[in-house]
Design a protein around this ligand. Structure first.
Ligand SMILES: *Cc1c(COP(=O)(O)O)cnc(C)c1O
Length: 381
């Protein structure tokens, strides 16, 4: 089976991890800060805060922005559940903004009318989580124009999008948002096995996220609320978690990050081949002027053929093509139905889901694998 995604781990990666394994520090050493620095520098942000997953990073980002009971967070239904769950962890509520039917990305017009309504009802959200679906950079500047005047914080879920750019502005630079979160899960662009990094230009936010990641504890003299007892002194000032990344994971991340451009380049090449050679379906494309990291090759079946999706999917799997689907709309998950959302609430998200199939796309995919995928898709369709 040609998988839909897979990591590449090189001898250099193994050597980097082994070196840490034999060193004095398996956690809380120098490698995690080096990984944070490397990610922040790469995307042009002032600070990076590493966590054991992007999910944890989203959680502490929301906490650091004081999301709590009585607040709401908005995101899109076409994403992984983590984009919404972070609100619930904070005791806040979630609401969704429908997507554009053909891109799967947040629909700006829907957002605008929902914001106007919420403004009238005095129920504006505290946070909007925007998702760079498939690694295609969303135009966050346009969101900012709607959100900033209303005091809505923008958090970018860039789990798919390290290495992506919009007019030379890297996703993660936070030029139009407060925080950006990257995932380093093995199916993403580069991996630390498990891991996530939040980038920000706000020093206070970076410090708060760093503390929340480690039990809400600070060891910084300058921020103690009581007189220090001595050099061993630390203070717990908030209820945080142990969301730390280990030194081993960070070493893998640092080593992988050095190949980011090669990976994004090869992914774009594969996407280009799909674009040129696929017939009978539409590849979801990034905007002009952007460089996508091409996390996913999502193709859409024509609307009049969506009833064939299951059989298309099953035929491709039988042909050894490891297709997948991104995403089952979050609001239709049983847990979210239990919160009161209903099938039919976000018709564009549901229609995108009914038509979407993700094709294999990963940097070590050979031209021969790629040709097999194209031939199989074209013959099945
Ligand atoms: C993978 C993913 C996450 C979660 O990442 P983890 O590092 O596995 O916690 C969140 N949001 C999106 C859009 C993702 O694809």
């Amino acid at each position: 089976m040609i998988p839909y995604g897979r990591q590449e781990v090189t001898d250099d990666d193994c050597a980097a991890v082994l070196e840490v394994l034999k060193s004095d520090y398996l956690t809380q050493g120098e490698v995690v800060p080096a990984f944070e620095r490397a990610v922040a520098d790469r995307v042009g942000a002032s600070f990076g805060v590493a966590c054991n997953s992007a999910t944890s990073a989203l959680h502490i980002a929301c906490m650091a922005l004081d999301l709590g009971p009585g607040d709401s967070l908005w995101t899109v239904p076409v994403s992984f559940v983590a984009s919404a769950n972070c609100a619930l962890y904070c005791g806040a509520t979630v609401d969704f903004v429908d997507v554009d039917e053909n891109s799967g990305a947040l629909c700006l017009a829907s957002l605008e009318s929902k914001l106007l309504q919420a403004e009238n009802d005095r129920k504006l959200p505290k946070i909007l989580v925007v998702v760079h679906l498939a690694g295609h950079p969303y135009n966050v500047a346009k969101l900012r124009a709607l959100c900033e005047p209303r005091g809505v914080h923008i958090v970018e879920d860039a789990s798919h999008a390290i290495g992506a750019e919009r007019y030379s502005d890297a996703v993660g630079s936070c030029s139009d948002s407060v925080v950006t979160v990257f995932s380093f899960h093995p199916v993403k662009i580069v991996t630390s096995a498990e891991g996530g990094v939040a980038t920000t230009n706000d020093e206070v936010l970076a410090r708060r996220m760093g503390e929340l990641r480690t039990h809400g504890v600070t060891k910084d003299n300058a921020h103690f609320s009581k007189p220090s007892h001595g050099p061993w002194y630390y203070e717990q000032q908030a209820l945080g978690f142990n969301y730390r990344l280990s030194e081993l994971h960070a070493a893998l991340g640092v080593s992988q990050l050095s190949r980011l451009d090669n990976y994004v380049g090869r992914r774009a090449e594969i996407a280009g081949y799909y674009l040129q050679n696929l017939k009978g379906c539409t590849l979801v494309l990034p905007d002009e002027g952007t460089r996508s990291s091409w996390h996913l090759a999502i193709v859409l079946l024509p609307a009049d053929r969506k009833s064939a999706k299951q059989s298309v999917f099953e035929k491709l799997r039988r042909e050894g093509i490891g297709v997948n689907v991104h995403y089952i709309p979050i609001h239709t998950q049983p847990y979210y139905l239990g919160l009161g959302f209903k099938q039919g609430d976000y018709p564009n998200s549901e229609s995108f889901y009914e038509r979407a199939i993700s094709l294999p796309l990963y940097p070590t995919m050979t031209d021969c694998d790629l040709d097999r995928c194209v031939t199989a898709v074209n013959s099945v369709l």
